[in-house]
Design a binder for this molecule. Sequence first.
Ligand SMILES: NC(=O)c1ccc[n+]([C@@H]2O[C@H](COP(=O)([O-])OP(=O)(O)OC[C@H]3O[C@@H](n4cnc5c(N)ncnc54)[C@H](O)[C@@H]3O)[C@@H](O)[C@H]2O)c1
Length: 249
Amino acid sequence: MNRLKDKIAIITGAAKGMGESDAILFAQEGASLILTDVDTKNLNKLAERLSAQGTKVLALQHDVASEQGWKKVAAEAEKSFGKVDILVNNAGIFNIAGVEATDLELWNKIISVNLTGAWLGMKYTVPLMRKAGAGSIVNIASVYGIIGTGTSAAYQAAKGAIRTLSKTAAVEFAPHKIRVNNISPGVIETPLLAGIGGEEVKQQLINLIPQKRMGKPEEAAYGVLYFASDESSYVTGAELVIDGGWIVP
Ligand SMILES: NC(=O)c1ccc[n+]([C@@H]2O[C@H](COP(=O)([O-])OP(=O)(O)OC[C@H]3O[C@@H](n4cnc5c(N)ncnc54)[C@H](O)[C@@H]3O)[C@@H](O)[C@H]2O)c1
């Protein structure tokens, strides 16, 4: 129950889906939390629930694509907790549009939330991790950043790029005892899947997965917990695919 005892963790996109599961698991494991999201309604509900159970929680309205927003999150984190040990760059938006169907506005939006947001998160959180003397950053990529499906050009570009961003950051920050790893989930049952299509499309995806089911958000959260905790102290620049075997064959 104490895998994150005394740790201060920022989780972005924490109002729903995997971010919410990460927050619940991190709280169970003894972390104090800075939870951020654009969806303040669900975020505040979660924060109230976790606070009532005894977790120290700061809930902040935050657009990860905004540099000003990140400066504010870092300042609030420092004011409330004095340091940050863990950053989970989880916030993301999905869309289906191939190369030709993507216009510049959509491209910029998808890239700015899914990729620029993670870079800004590292840039503004690392100084607080240096203060703590160490840190762990977990970036949420995707199986869609490993394979090409022909369906989601900007999303797949962003998720592929976040994987190499994690690796170069792992090398850059290793001297400061800050580790950077990424998780690539497959199909996880969250509100994000509403954008993927109807039941028929979901079933087609499930048919591709050797385990013949979607993953649960908690199943991804345990991977995030491993990278976040000191149990992975000699692991940096690594990737963990959580996909029920989807991309093994
Ligand atoms: N669900 C899947 O199958 C799947 C698979 C692979 C990767 N992922 C990735 O996992 C992460 C979490 O996805 P999820 O399935 O839990 O999604 P979700 O849609 O259920 O939750 C994402 C959360 O991020 C928030 N968010 C969106 N834009 C934001 C912004 N600009 N700033 C701050 N918060 C913002 C949303 O309000 C929401 O609460 C994302 O990065 C996603 O791309 C999901």
